[in-house]
Design a binder for this molecule. Structure first.
Ligand code: FES
Length: 86
């Protein structure tokens, strides 16, 4: 599902954070949920959009976006096998 989520889609309703913001954070080195939370503000503290303590319900979607974005950013695997002629 996260691969189908468009960039403008709000994935953290408590803070109004979009999928695009999460993807940008991942592309810029956020490699776990804590770093995504720190860099985007999603899923932590008091919700900017609601003024209440955050619900945390977006955490699974944040992780799914992390996995999907990381998978796309991974460079192609090269074949480093060495010839057995020696
Ligand atoms: S939707 Fe993200 S903390 Fe509630």
């Amino acid at each position: 599902m996260s691969e189908l989520t468009s960039d403008p889609t709000i994935v953290c309703k408590c803070h109004g954070i979009t999928a695009g913001q999460v993807r940008d954070a991942v592309r810029n080195g956020a490699c776990d949920l804590t770093l995504i939370q720190q860099r985007t503000g999603a899923c932590r503290g008091i919700g900017a959009a609601t003024g209440r303590t955050v619900c945390g319900s977006c955490a699974p979607e944040l992780v799914a976006l992390l996995v999907a974005t990381s998978r796309r950013a991974r460079p192609a695997v090269r074949d480093w096998r060495v010839s057995a002629s020696a």
